[in-house]
Design a protein around this ligand. Structure first.
Ligand code: IVH
Length: 668
């Protein structure tokens, strides 16, 4: 309990706060605080009420399911209330749950279904005589909103059940959600149109489902997966939850492809661990897994407490969003001069690590999210992605919170900062005068996928640039043992290792070398294309923009970046020095020898052995083209796990489909 007050006062305060956040979440579709924080408020209130039952009020948020429905949609009364789930945050809580059930059932090991807890929103779908007649949101659990027109736009929702023996009236329940890909695409479009950004896929899905105009919903690419039945007439439910879901599937209702039947606590925890390991690789967000006692008879025996079944449990993953205070905003200068505003945060534990900095991307994003210094902000760290500020808790904005303005001069070199008309990113104009850009360029040059100079990390690069031993990348190859050994915190041995690392890096490949140069808009794939097209460095250096555009996948913008890079005398000079220092590469392999040269591939879904990007580079190295969309010109579509609509498109167009095993064979 907090230091503030008596339990009574604290409970009243918590109720107000939770009610406010319920309203934001359920009514406005615009939550202000991360779920993890909401859960904590709710837990604190539940604990107080448990300890002092006389404090429970009939209107306490613990006594009902959600918020009141919006006015605009017609109201729908659920025949069977839409309940929620109890949460577990630790193995011990799962142990309690399983043990209580097994004791009550007098069983050593009960069966449970296990499936992902989809991070979307609950939906009820009514089918009459096999036809979808109504879709409604959960609302406050008793009364929701009629969003039939909207759910009808969701491709994964069946408009008509298949098979014949379905019941005359069937209410299916499940989750509407947005994939990560659809979410990213939506936010890209929002940004292009200068519109508000969504903090996460769930908010975006909620916003899409609550559109009064179904045409907008249709454009948002929502998906649906069912996790059960609400109400049914004229049909006897099967004996188990898993059989019920299998039957739904037969009728054409989408259920989770991850559904499993597990046994006892061990089975549950094992499923949890496996899903957690795969969490970041899934095409959609999940915030935990859900266990349900499989036998219907046993479910009925366990019954319900207040708003949740005793026979089901949501086992949550550690939160990927937390709130903290924004202490200040600095700007960072990248190797191309790109200026990135970075949030300095009060340290917060999120996504498994303590985060003190998070990216704010650019000025437009800051404006669109209305982020101000002093605000309480939502920090998001999902998977390996750099932590970002996803939004602001406006109700906690202190007086005098300050807006951010991009500095007019580079904090490192003092040169002007400019932002071109129509560009989101501001750049330092200092070029090689700017130490930050030089350091960034050197770090990129030395990085693993470029020249791969072992032992040359960020700290050392700072030292080398600050002591003026290295001005540009060619100076690396002039460094002597003595110069290195004299550096602070540098021993004889590490100096020797670095000298060896530098020496070893001289034997490279042309694509790596081109990538290492850090030409704007030239990533690994483009570097490879250039090397294969021109065969050697000389013809490339002398190519004009027109000649450069003959290279597959190089358009006018990229061609111009490359041509301007090589037209700068100081860049050519650095290249000359690098080559005379002994950097060399074998003759570029001609791609035409491979069987897949010239063929066009599209990759969809998650691959096991490598990322899609790695697969792309490998295919390109063999002379194949890799495109982002399927058309009649596509030769092969590689389909990994959980493929997107591209696989369907391929089938439609009769394009040959290969699985990962076939891809590996082609690459071998
Ligand atoms: S079962 C009475 N299964 O989580 C049980 N819910 O906190 C009703 N959810 O409102 C829900 N994935 O929107 C169930 N596999 C799953 C789920 C799931 C996500 C959501 C659902 C529900 C909330 C409960």
């Amino acid at each position: 309990m907090s230091k503030h007050s008596t339990p009574k006062d604290r409970a009243a305060k918590l109720r107000d706060e939770i009610n406010y956040h319920n309203y934001r979440y359920y009514v406005l579709d615009d939550p202000e605080i991360p779920d993890a924080e909401y859960d904590r408020l709710m837990r604190e209130l539940q604990e107080i009420e448990q300890a002092h039952s006389e404090l429970i009020t009939p209107d306490s948020p613990t006594q009902r399911v959600g918020g009141a429905p919006l006015e605009e949609f017609a109201k729908v009364r659920h025949r069977v209330p839409m309940l929620s789930l109890n949460n577990a945050f630790s193995d011990e809580e799962v142990d309690d749950f399983v043990r209580r059930i097994q004791e009550r059932m007098n069983s050593e090991e009960c069966e449970f279904t296990a499936e992902p807890k989809m991070d979307g929103l609950a939906i009820s779908l009514v089918y009459e005589k096999g036809l979808l007649v109504q879709g409604s949101t959960r609302g406050d659990g008793t009364t929701g909103e009629d969003v039939t027109q909207n759910v009808r736009t969701i491709p994964s929702i069946a408009l008509r059940l298949i098979d014949q023996d379905y019941p005359p009236r069937l209410e299916v329940r499940g989750e509407v959600y947005m994939t990560r890909a659809a979410f990213a695409a939506l936010n890209r479009r929002q940004a292009e149109n200068d519109e508000k950004l969504f903090a996460n896929p769930r908010n975006a899905a909620a916003g899409a489902l609550r559109q009064l105009d179904p045409r907008i919903t249709a454009q948002r690419n929502l998906e649906f997966v069912s996790y059960g039945i609400g109400h049914v007439e004229g049909w006897d439910l099967p004996a188990t939850q898993s059989a019920t879901l299998e039957q739904l599937k037969k009728w054409g209702v989408r259920i989770s492809s991850e559904l499993e039947v597990v046994r006892g606590e061990k089975g549950c925890l094992d499923y949890y661990a496996r899903m957690q390991a795969r969490r970041d690789g899934l095409p959609f967000e999940i915030d935990g897994v859900v266990y349900k006692l499989n036998a219907l008879e046993q479910q009925q025996a366990m019954g319900f407490v207040a708003k949740a079944p005793r026979w089901a449990l949501a086992h949550k993953f550690p939160a990927q969003e937390e709130s903290t205070r924004l202490l200040g905003i600095d700007v960072q200068v990248g190797r191309t001069g790109a200026i990135t505003p970075v949030a300095r945060l009060e340290p917060v534990f999120v996504g498994g690590v303590t985060v003190t900095n998070a990216t704010l991307h650019n000025q437009d994003e800051i404006d669109r999210k209305d982020v101000r210094v002093g605000d309480t902000v939502i920090v998001r760290r999902a998977g390996d992605v750099i932590p970002e500020v996803a939004g602001v808790v406006l109700s906690r904005r202190p007086q005098g919170a300050k807006k951010f303005h991009m500095p007019t001069h580079c904090p490192v070199c003092g040169s002007n900062i400019v932002r071109e008309e129509g560009e989101a990113i501001a750049y330092c104009t200092g070029g090689l005068v700017c130490a930050a850009q030089r350091k960034g360029a050197i770090a990129h040059f030395a990085s693993r996928r470029a020249m791969d100079i072992e032992g040359l990390g960020h700290k050392l690069i700072d030292q080398l640039v600050d002591t003026e031993l290295v001005h540009n990348v060619s100076d690396i190859y002039a460094l002597t043992m003595k110069q290195l050994a004299d550096l602070e915190r540098m021993g004889e041995k590490s100096a020797q290792n670095l000298v060896d690392g530098i020496e070893a890096s001289k034997a490279t490949t042309l694509p790596r070398f081109l990538y290492a140069l850090g030409i704007r808009n030239v990533g690994e794939a483009t570097a490879l294309g250039l090397a294969q097209h021109f065969g050697d460095l000389k013809p490339l250096i002398h190519a004009d923009a027109e000649a450069l555009q003959q290279v597959p996948d190089i358009g006018p913008v990229v061609a111009q970046s490359i041509a301007s890079f090589f037209s700068e005398a100081h860049n050519r000079k650095v290249i000359e020095k690098l080559v005379s220092a002994g950097i060399h590469w074998p003759e570029v392999e001609r791609p035409a020898e491979s069987a897949i040269a010239g063929k066009t591939f599209v990759i969809t879904g998650t691959l096991d052995a490598m990322s899609r990007d790695e697969a792309k580079v490998k295919l390109q190295q063999r002379g194949a083209k890799v495109s982002g969309s399927v058309s009649k010109k596509t030769d092969y579509v590689i389909v990994g796990a959980d493929p997107g609509s591209k696989a369907d498109k391929a089938r439609e167009l009769g394009v040959e489909i290969l699985d990962e095993a076939a891809l590996l064979k082609l690459l071998a």
